[in-house]
Design a protein around this ligand. Structure first.
Ligand SMILES: CC(C)(COP(=O)(O)OP(=O)(O)OC[C@H]1O[C@@H](n2cnc3c(N)ncnc32)[C@H](O)[C@@H]1OP(=O)(O)O)[C@@H](O)C(=O)NCCC(=O)NCCS
Length: 210
């Protein structure tokens, strides 16, 4: 199985919202990815499974008035704007950052449940670090729930260290957030470690796909 990484697009919103709801069912306030597409500080990427596609919803909802009118007046030609869209790539996960001066703040990272544990979280994290570097960030930072050990382990592996605590940060259950940050991502030491991680991840991904 191979995966592709690219920027989030309007056509991806339905799938990204579904993944978000699955990954963060109690999150409050819920993320608004449509608004994020307009936010010039925000940069989101998606990882898609190259072996699958999904039928995309029509771009505009059917025009109900026109449907009714064309039933009542048979000679009225239906010209509603609903058009079948080509199948879309199947999104396995996504991540996003906000660029704040030289800090890239990871807002979200999530992988569909059946795809977890296959290295896609790592793939997204590496792509997010590369993106942050392209955007001239010096370092990355994020908040993670104190109880979310899977995510904390993933971040530690990819060079994030615990740098602080925000008490009662999450509005849904008042859980504490652990702040995790990288050192300078442009430093030769960080880049050398990232290169090693890239290589071991690519071995893991090719084994998982066999
Ligand atoms: C955190 C998350 C993005 C990781 O994605 P992923 O695709 O599973 O990540 P990877 O496969 O690259 O690696 C995760 C590591 O955790 C392990 N792992 C994954 N799911 C696990 C689980 N449910 N229990 C224990 N370990 C798990 C993996 O085996 C892997 O460890 P390894 O490299 O030693 O094998 C994913 O679990 C997720 O979407 N969780 C819900 C949303 C979330 O919590 N996001 C983080 C918000 S801060």
């Amino acid at each position: 199985m191979t995966y592709s990484i690219r920027s989030l697009a309007k056509e991806d919103l339905a799938q990204v919202n579904a993944i978000d709801r699955e990954a963060f069912p109690n999150q409050w306030p819920p993320a608004n990815y449509r608004q994020e597409l307009q936010n010039r500080l925000a940069h989101y990427i998606i990882a898609s499974d190259d072996s699958r596609t999904v039928d995309s919803p029509p771009e505009k909802p059917p025009n109900r008035l026109l449907r009714l009118a064309s039933r009542l007046i048979p000679w009225l030609k239906r010209t509603d704007t609903t058009q079948a869209q080509p199948p879309q790539p199947y999104i396995a996960g996504f991540s996003g950052i906000w660029m704040m001066v030289d800090e890239a703040h990871i807002t979200n990272i999530a992988v569909r449940q059946p795809y977890q544990g296959r290295g896609i979280g790592g793939l997204l994290l590496i792509a997010t670090i590369d993106l942050a570097r392209e955007l001239k960030a010096s370092f990355l930072t994020l908040e993670v729930r104190a109880s979310n050990l899977v995510a904390q382990n993933l971040y530690s592996r990819y060079g994030f260290n615990k740098t602080g605590l925000r008490r009662g940060y999450y509005l849904d259950n008042r859980e504490d957030a652990i702040i995790m940050s990288t050192k300078s991502i442009a430093s030769p030491a960080f880049q050398a470690q990232l290169q090693q991680l890239r290589e071991s991840l690519s071995r893991k991904l090719s084994q998982v796909s066999k």
